[in-house]
Ligand binder design. Structure first.
Ligand code: UDX
Length: 434
């Protein structure tokens, strides 16, 4: 049987990764996006974002001819399976998700589809969106299924080709059969499949992200308590982690979560719960969000305390700009939020990041930037470790010690070794630790 022809609609993080990985599995894939510059870049083998290994994979599949990119929906009209991967950012000034890209993409697809096919929703959406999408195809033979995506930045290929699980939200046996066919190479490698109705499948993604955010904020709330009783949240977290019911992953206390998913997904989930009349079920997420924001404020306060209660005119070297290591993504980055708050309080802030400098310069032009950790720390009254890149963990404290004005370091990620830094003459402080 010939393999199904695929289209991927929306070539952001999710869509570009999915298109490249499916072509690597041997499928013919056409990716469509309204951004012509993005299409040109991808066609020429350039990724519009940083993701370890993905540019090599793009370079490997492009010459096979199995992967093409276009701005024209005409070119995807004959695909058997369409993957919907457009973005659903937070609406300006509101908690709710902006689903205008979904509406535009589905509207375009509806005017071009001329044959029976499957439409697979992968975007993270407010529950109920799929049901609204289905109305666009009332007179066409389009089978709608929902297949949430759990990919982490920095692990995008691994999470796409070897996910923990596949979730298929279907309305009929035909939808399930189409999904089992298109994901056969992944299912055959032993990945578990959970088949649900379409509403449940839409909920799985936001429920997973709400749980992860809650776990991080839980341990950061414990850090707040540790700070007043001079206890050590890192030891607390280690001791909790041996309880298999709790587990140690996503239990690292520090500056908290950011990025393009966790913050906006919990807010959109609360907004949707409100519309559905079950807002009480999710009011705890308001607290999860508030704890997360308080860590950023605490980081600024801790720095101020360290500098004799004054930030004005102080030089601060910041290590990290990306919202997490192995990414150049600065969306809702805790590191840049703290850097901006310090800048607004009158400090001279110089930021270094191994991958996110270009993005940070573009979105935070008021901050100063350096090309290395040593350059960022030169002349500093305090050094702040805000994104836990391996190069910062492995750094020799004595080397930075030679260039700073004062050996003050604040570890916002609880990832540096306090013994090593103290041995090199540093005054080491961290969130949630004595
Ligand atoms: C997340 C989800 O993990 C993924 O399943 C979903 O599809 C998209 O959102 P991502 O945004 O790439 O992925 O980031 P993730 O690795 O989950 O980290 C989120 C944030 O939490 C980062 O800012 C990270 O620094 C922070 N974090 C993570 C902590 O502060 N403590 C932890 O223990 C773990």
């Amino acid at each position: 049987m010939p393999r199904p022809k695929l289209s991927v609609i929306g070539l952001g993080y999710l869509g570009a990764t999915h298109a490249i990985c499916m072509a690597d599995l041997g499928y013919d894939v056409v990716g469509v996006d309204i951004d012509a510059a993005r299409i040109d870049a991808l066609t020429n083998g350039t990724l519009p974002f940083f993701e370890p290994g993905l540019d090599e994979l793009l370079g490997k599949v492009l010459p096979t001819g199995r992967l093409r990119f276009t701005t024209s929906y005409d070119e995807i009209a004959d695909a058997d399976v369409h993957f919907l991967c457009v973005g659903t950012p937070q609406r300006k000034g509101e908690y709710a998700a902006d689903t205008s890209q979904i509406d535009a993409a589905v509207g375009s697809l509806a005017t071009h589809v001329r044959r029976s096919c499957t439409l697979v929703g992968k975007s993270t959406v407010p529950v109920g969106t799929a049901e609204r999408i289905a109305e666009h195809f009332a007179t066409q033979d389009v089978e709608l299924v929902w297949n949430p995506e759990f990919l982490r930045e920095g692990w995008a290929i691994e999470d796409t080709l070897h996910p923990d699980r596949l979730v298929f939200g279907v309305a009929s046996p035909r939808g399930e059969a189409a999904m089992r066919e298109v994901f056969a190479p992944i299912i055959d490698s032993g990945v578990p499949v959970v088949v649900t109705d379409i509403a449940t499948a839409q909920l799985v993604k936001v429920a997973a992200n709400a749980f992860l955010a809650t776990k991080i904020s839980f341990i950061n709330a414990m850090a707040e308590v540790c700070e007043v009783v001079h206890a050590d949240v890192k030891k607390l977290s280690e001791a909790l982690s041996y309880d298999e019911r709790i587990g140690g992953r996503f239990l690292h206390a520090g500056l908290g979560f950011g990025g393009g998913c966790l913050p906006k997904d919990i807010r959109a989930f609360m907004a949707r719960a409100g519309e559905l009349g079950v807002d009480q079920a999710l009011t705890f997420l308001t607290e999860v969000d508030a704890i997360n924001q308080r860590r950023r404020a605490r980081m600024v306060d801790l720095t101020r305390e360290l500098l004799a209660d004054s930030l004005s005119g102080r030089r601060i070297g910041i290590l990290g700009a990306a919202f997490k290591p192995h990414s150049d993504d600065i969306r809702d980055s805790p590191a840049l939020d703290v850097a901006s708050r310090l800048h607004r309080a009158g400090a001279h802030v110089t930021v270094y990041d191994p991958a996110a400098l270009a993005n940070a310069r573009r979105d935070y032009p008021a901050l100063a930037y350096a090309e290395s950790a040593v350059e960022a720390a030169t002349g500093a009254d305090a050094v702040l470790h805000l994104t836990e890149w391996p190069e910062f963990r492995q750094m020799e404290p004595a080397v930075l010690g030679d260039v700073v004005r004062r050996r003050n370091v604040v570890d916002g990620r609880n990832a540096l070794d306090p013994e090593r830094w103290r041995a090199a003459g540093w005054h080491y402080r961290a969130l949630g630790r004595p």
